[in-house]
Design a protein around this ligand. Sequence first.
Ligand code: GRF
Length: 210
Amino acid sequence: MSCRIAILASGTGSNAAAIMDYFAMRPSTAQTAVVISDNPNAQVLEKAKQRGVDAVCFLQKDYTSKAAFEAAVLQALTDAGADFAALAGYMRLVGPTLLLPFLGRMVNIHPSLLPAFPGRSAIQDALAAGVRKTGITIHYVDSGLDTGPIIYQGVLSVMPEESEHSLTKRIHEMEHFSYPRIIHACVENRVCMQQESVIWRDKLLCECWS
Ligand code: GRF
């Protein structure tokens, strides 16, 4: 049965667009059921509408607590029939109200080789630290900031004199290729989370993208 994916995003939504476009070509595998944002000005809302995907915005300030906000988001996921959630530039820590019902079924993407450079400015931080390799990490979501069991990491060499602009572009290209494919593996249960560990059933496929 086709999986129904919810995407949570706060900004531009280039990863969300890559996920929507990838699964639009594979409707028997999964469909993007809904896009949820916490930012009314997020471009991701328009990207969803352009693709005929339902888009909903929730403002945390409209709720008395984070738990109440997340209960509303969870209700929207339930109403959309979502059985998997992908964070794509969602700029909030996920609390227990939203996390526990989706534990092992919620993933995030981050533009560094975690655990190096968590947080909002990962690409700039990696450049400032002068690392020779950086990349992307896709992981199951837990209660921490960019923690959670790692499903996949893609490595990029930092070029001499590399600018933030060019590194960001190369990281985004890798993200847009990898994230939909890792989600595909997740929704087909080719990879899963068991007691804080990631179990790959077809590890060879994962390794050949590296
Ligand atoms: C991506 O680089 C992702 O790794 C990070 O936030 C950024 C979102 O970009 N979590 P976009 O909104 O998908 O363009």
